[in-house]
Design a protein around this ligand. Structure first.
Ligand SMILES: [Zn+2]
Ligand SMILES: [Zn+2]
Length: 305
């Protein structure tokens, strides 16, 4: 007797064809790719020095993964319970516990200090390296809650870099199944932070897929097209590019809240990186600000500029 196994379950085919709700970061490639993208964008760019510095910083983030000891995650049952309740498991400052994020920070500082950097940056690194744990944790909380005092914005770049490594490394250890939209999809289902930018494509079932990209843990979640990522409105949405709306990076503006989120089209240009391409297109932010539009969420690396 032979039993015929079905070639493929029709339900699975349906699942495979529709876009996954959540894409978790691949920590083994995330920061190295970012470093390469920053370097590729730097040549001849008006912000060349800064983009080259950001490339170095992303390299330092990649290297700092070696300083990250295993463990330090909430237990699996806690994570599963959070998913069931549609609560982001890494919201708040829970991942600051232990020494993990500070180990990463020290590794990043050491790595950046080993290269050629302006004297002012060297001083910021020396000061941060000598600060007690409680002060550093306070700086981290300020970055997480978007409440960085103007005088500590130079230091906040390194703090944000370390937090991104800690959160992205933790997110990369999750399984994407079972996550639900948080705050109607306007904030990250993994860590509750606001999206940095949104990314379009590649197409699935003839439809362009659109994802919002988390500025902290580097997860991406599916979000309806032509809908404001700041307030959720579907009316009065428009697209603005520097020269025309065919550019790979445009601003999606909303007449309801007067906010905007950038939209990066990976169909138009391959190799786009949410962080690097956001920073390399600050000209678009200036243009939108002149038009009266307000950026929906800050890029932590641009606070000091
Ligand atoms: Zn996140
Ligand atoms: Zn809006």
């Amino acid at each position: 007797m032979t039993t015929k196994a079905p070639i493929a379950d029709p339900v699975d085919i349906g699942k495979a064809a529709s876009a996954a709700f959540l894409r978790l970061p691949d920590i083994t490639t995330l920061f190295r790719r970012r470093a390469a993208r920053f370097a590729a964008l730097a040549g001849g760019h008006p912000m060349e020095d800064f983009l080259r510095f950001m490339s170095r910083l992303a390299e330092a983030q990649a290297e700092s993964l070696r300083a990250l000891k295993p463990g330090g995650l909430p237990d699996v049952e806690e994570i599963e319970a959070a998913k069931r309740d549609a609560m982001p498991p890494f919201a708040g400052d829970g991942l600051l516990d232990g020494t993990h994020w500070r180990d990463v920070l020290q590794a990043i500082l050491k790595s950046v200090a080993a290269g050629e950097i302006p004297e002012q940056t060297r001083q910021v690194i020396a000061d941060l390296g000598a600060e007690p744990a409680a002060v550093l944790d306070g700086r981290a909380r300020a970055v997480l809650s978007d409440d960085v005092p103007e005088t500590s914005r130079g230091a906040a770049v390194f703090i944000a870099a370390a937090l991104q490594v800690r959160w992205a490394a933790a997110a990369s250890m999750l399984t994407a199944d079972g996550f639900q939209a948080f705050d109607e999809g306007k904030r990250c289902p993994v860590c509750a932070q606001a999206p940095l930018v949104s990314m379009m494509g590649p197409a699935s079932e003839g439809q362009s897929t659109r994802y919002l990209h988390c500025r902290l843990c580097a997860s991406s979640w599916n979000y309806v097209r032509i809908k404001c990522a700041a307030c959720g409105s579907t009316e009065g949405i428009a697209y603005h590019g520097i020269e025309d709306t065919q550019q790979p990076v445009r601003g999606e503006t909303c007449d309801t809240c007067h906010g905007y989120v950038k939209i990066l089209s990976t169909e138009k240009e391959l190799g786009l990186d949410p962080m690097a391409d956001d920073i390399a297109t600050t000209g678009l932010d200036l243009m939108l600000a002149e038009g009266g539009w307000e950026r929906a969420s800050a890029n932590p690396f641009l606070l000091a500029t």
